[in-house]
Design a protein around this ligand. Structure first.
Ligand code: TMP
Length: 239
């Protein structure tokens, strides 16, 4: 496809900007190095993060497409920019967990690192003003955030993504602890995987050492943030 031309900016989020193109069905996503945590309370930059997240997310979206998960991905345009299908985001954060960590460990008073017998799925209502509260599928239906059919598709795809990525990362010596997905609606109503899959949205632990190779290093002021992003990028791309 011919390189798409960036037109007006449609949206700026915490880690990405979205631009219109000449084609109303397509937009360009531009990844920033900006990092936030705790609903924007903590702010910083992580040098090179935008390029890592863009390239890694595209690689994983391509893999998932091959394995039968429909995504918004169209074409990588540059280190930081990608052409994607324009979608209406379903206002749900879909979180899959294989091992206890983060808010799960905190909320239920358990240590991090407990391996679950089966993966869990939870929804948060994507709403910054409310701090993305945890909700269940009945609440999502009551709030008309998605239909029953859409929720069923989202749940099916989310577990499918987990199976594909868990195995993929294990081959790279990385444990996929948990991750967050977002889905969007195409104009015909089809639900596809959207947003990004990156160290911002996943927890990756080195399988040998347990070292964290994700945004928790930024959230928790652990240092070595840039290095962790570069390390996980190297495992994925071999570069
Ligand atoms: P949590 O344990 O803080 O709920 O995070 C679960 C997963 O979701 C973790 O891999 C990080 C990711 N995540 C996001 O991508 N965006 C967010 O805003 C939050 C809170 C978590």
């Amino acid at each position: 496809m011919e390189k798409a031309v960036k037109k007006e900016q449609l949206y700026e989020g915490k880690a990405k900007k979205v631009f219109a193109t000449a084609d109303p069905a397509l937009v360009i996503v531009s990844y920033k190095d900006d990092a936030t945590a705790f609903n924007g309370l903590k702010k910083g930059t992580v040098a090179g993060k935008g390029a890592v997240n863009n390239r890694m997310s595209n690689l994983l979206m391509r893999l998932l497409e091959q394995r039968g998960v429909p995504t918004h991905f169209v074409e990588e345009l540059s280190e930081r920019e990608t052409l994607v299908k324009k979608v209406k985001i379903v206002p749900l954060e879909v979180i899959i967990r294989n091992v206890s960590a983060g808010s799960f460990a905190k909320r239920y008073g358990v240590p991090e690192g407990i391996v679950f017998d089966a993966p869990t799925l939870e929804f948060s209502y994507k709403c910054d003003e409310l701090g993305d509260p945890l909700i269940n599928r009945y609440h999502a239906l009551a709030l008309k955030l998605a239909t029953e059919e859409e929720l069923a598709a989202i749940e099916k795809y989310a577990f499918q993504v987990n199976e594909v990525l868990k195995e993929y990362f294990l081959h790279l010596g990385v444990r996929l602890i948990d991750f967050k997905l977002e889905f969007g609606r195409l104009p015909d109503g089809t639900v596809v995987l959207a947003d990004e899959i990156s160290p911002d949205t996943c927890r990756f632990w080195d399988a040998e050492t347990g070292e964290k190779l994700d945004k928790d290093r930024f959230r928790r002021d652990m240092g070595g943030v840039e290095e962790a992003y570069q390390e996980i990028f190297k495992r994925v791309t071999g570069e």
